[in-house]
Design a protein around this ligand. Structure first.
Ligand code: SF4
Length: 253
């Protein structure tokens, strides 16, 4: 069995293309873990991609959103530690594999490309006991732009977040691992979603009485939390301390 961990990212689509080209579609499954907060265009892309590939799409879900995980674990995800990834993606995918596949005859494929070799050891460790491979880390190496262009050339609509300048298509541009620049992009393109994340972050801070935030900044050599509310206030006042990304002219759906 060949199981592609389909994230909704362009790398996982091209990893799937390479797997199907080599092994065929009959014994291949696309496995997607739903965080319940993805952009609608991700789901459309998944359906289009799997129809194009001729592979079955299997959807698993923990049933919680990232913020629900943070409240349950009394821990606010951030760039260094994101329990949402483990709870909402790794564990449900692993559970499905353990129920439906034999590790001795199954290969798991992840769409990390050659630009992110530092991510490979962690993923291999996370899939301990399974044969995991990274088709897009192998030759020929493709840059993300090439993957997007080749996808368009196939007539498949590229997920909107890529067209808007996001490097990854996950959690609707609200990934807690992203930095200030991405959150500033989201503030401009998806102000309602940013406001909801801001409210949830503030609710977490109040409920647990902790001075924590998704983002951090260094001031006079000291690392400290940077709440989304403060980042928005700085943006509105024109006092943001990092380069503010300019959103493309196409409008968010
Ligand atoms: S994409 Fe980011 S916010 Fe979403 S589950 Fe993964 S680490 Fe968490």
């Amino acid at each position: 069995m060949h199981v592609i961990q389909m994230s909704g990212g362009i790398g996982s689509f091209w990893a799937a293309k390479r797997v199907v080209a080599q092994h065929g579609a009959a014994n291949t499954v696309a496995l997607f873990a739903d965080t319940l907060v993805e952009h609608p265009s991700l789901y459309t892309f998944l359906d289009d991609a799997c129809a194009h590939l001729g592979v079955e799409l299997v959807v698993v879900a923990d049933g919680r959103t990232p913020f629900e995980v943070f409240f349950d674990e009394h821990f606010l995800g951030n760039s260094r530690l994101a329990p949402c990834s483990k709870r909402l993606k790794q564990i449900p995918c692993r559970r499905w594999l353990e129920t439906n596949c034999d590790p001795a005859s199954t290969v798991v494929y992840v769409g990390i490309d050659a630009d992110e070799p530092q991510r490979l050891p962690g993923v291999v460790k996370g899939w301990d006991g399974w044969n995991v491979q990274f088709p897009m880390s192998e030759e020929p190496h493709w840059a993300k732009e090439q993957m997007l262009d080749e996808c368009r050339a196939l007539g498949i609509t590229v997920p909107l977040l890529y067209e808007l300048g996001y490097p990854h298509n996950n959690c609707s541009g609200l990934c807690v691992r992203a930095g200030q620049r991405q959150w500033l992009l989201t503030l401009q393109l998806f102000p309602d979603e940013y406001a909801e994340a801001e409210r949830e972050e503030q609710r977490f801070r109040e409920k647990f009485g902790k001075d924590v935030a998704i983002l951090r900044e260094t001031v006079k050599g000291e690392r400290r939390p940077l709440p989304l509310a403060e980042l928005r206030r700085r943006f509105e006042a024109g006092t943001v301390r990092v380069p503010v990304p300019k959103p493309p002219s196409i409008l968010a759906a």
